[in-house]
Design a binder for this molecule. Structure first.
Ligand SMILES: O=C(O)C[C@H](Cc1nc2cc(Cl)cc(Cl)c2[nH]1)c1ccc(Cl)cc1
Length: 356
């Protein structure tokens, strides 16, 4: 900064170099900095709008939470957790260059007004993965290998930062303008042993151990087909199909809980439906706890073998559960025959296969 000319009382001039101010945060934004457009998503206690920054013209997805609703539903812990996780994923220099860091929504800013909190997030132009799986009824094997491969690389990144998503499902896997994945909705996530690990070392197999979280009811769904607000408050609020058995039996969750969800998602990509289904959520829980599911005829045998090795009741016995203690990658999943020929570390640079 140029030294400033100062004027002494006696008329002599002096030059002083102002002490550099500490690095400051950019000024807090406000709703007036944006033009709010259409609603692009609704969660249990948030509404997501497409918005345009009036200064830059850039488009964002702004997640708006009503403060009184957060307080009444006792969700302040979840909201604070979501902000902390999004900040970790957006700013963490830890492994910033790693391929997996591309596969997450980024947090541009947060601000609040009298009634609401605002998360200014990446706008995922191609929406949720779910309609693509439903629309085609089932991905072909090539699409399943590509997209479940991107999810695996994303989970390697997330778990290396000691974060568990805990609500991974096709609704929370979004797609950017180039059809690469952007994982969002960290309101149900858990930061293990406080934040990203120190530089690479042999990591113990983390499990969530803080007690400030209510694990008993599975996480809120971001499913816009959700029941109207008044019923939401009383009924079970999560989408049950992807919840791991350990989360249901109220034991501690671990990164392997996200591997269970990956198994459910691979099954759904191939067959068009999740493995544990029922009109009743209670029945879904029973089926999960009893591992009661089956494969439709014609299910790819290699995909079946992978799913059978992920949908294991004991989290520690799931394929990959032991990998991150000794490696930054889920090597035993990467080396499964289903992924033969996939180069996981360049997926984010590849043109995704066309979903027909
Ligand atoms: O400006 C910041 O970053 C800090 C605030 C802190 C904060 N204010 C809150 C008010 C309520 Cl009612 C609930 C939560 Cl969790 C609250 N968290 C804040 C604002 C917006 C968002 Cl999205 C998150 C946190």
């Amino acid at each position: 900064m140029a030294p400033s000319e100062g004027k002494k009382l006696n008329g002599a001039t002096t030059t002083t170099t102002p002490t550099p101010s500490p690095p400051t945060q950019p000024p807090k934004k406000s709703p007036n900095d944006f033009i709010f457009g259409k609603v692009i998503g609704e969660g249990s206690f948030s509404t997501v709008y497409l918005a345009k920054d009036i200064h830059t013209g850039k488009e964002y997805a702004i997640k708006v939470c009503e403060k009184h609703h957060i307080i009444r539903e006792r969700k302040t812990v979840h909201v604070k957790r979501e902000k902390d996780v999004l900040n970790l994923l957006t700013h963490s220099s830890f492994y910033a260059a790693r391929p997996g860091s591309n596969f997450f929504l980024k947090l541009s800013s947060t601000f609040q007004d009298l009634e609401r909190l605002y998360f200014v997030l990446t706008y995922a132009k191609n929406g949720e993965l779910l309609p693509y799986i439903n629309k085609v009824g089932s991905f072909d094997v090539e699409c399943t290998r590509f997209y479940s491969g991107e999810i695996l690389v994303a989970l390697e990144h997330l778990h290396r930062l000691n974060i568990i998503h805990r609500d991974l499902k096709p609704e929370n896997i979004l797609l950017d303008e180039n059809m690469h994945i952007l994982i969002g909705d960290f309101g149900s996530s858990k930061i293990l042993n406080q934040g990203p690990p120190s530089p690479p070392s042999s990591q113990t197999n983390n499990t969530a151990n803080d007690t400030d979280d209510d694990n008993s009811s599975p996480p809120p769904s971001s499913n816009p087909m959700q029941a109207p607000r008044e019923r939401r408050r009383n009924s079970f609020v999560g989408t049950a199909q992807y919840v791991s058995p350990e989360l249901l039996s109220d034991k501690t969750a671990s990164p392997a809980s996200d591997l269970w969800a990956l198994g459910c998602i691979v099954y759904q990509m191939i067959s068009g439906l999740p493995p544990f289904r029922s009109r009743s959520e209670y029945i879904i829980f029973q089926k999960i706890l009893k591992l009661e599911y089956e494969f439709p005829n014609g299910f790819s045998p290699l995909a079946r073998d992978l799913v059978e090795k992920l949908l294991v009741l004991d989290p520690s016995q799931r394929l990959g559960a032991q990998d991150l203690a000794a490696s930054p990658r889920y090597d035993s999943i990467r080396s499964h025959p289903f992924y033969k020929g996939i180069d996981f570390d360049t997926l984010h640079k590849r043109t995704p296969p066309t979903i027909y």
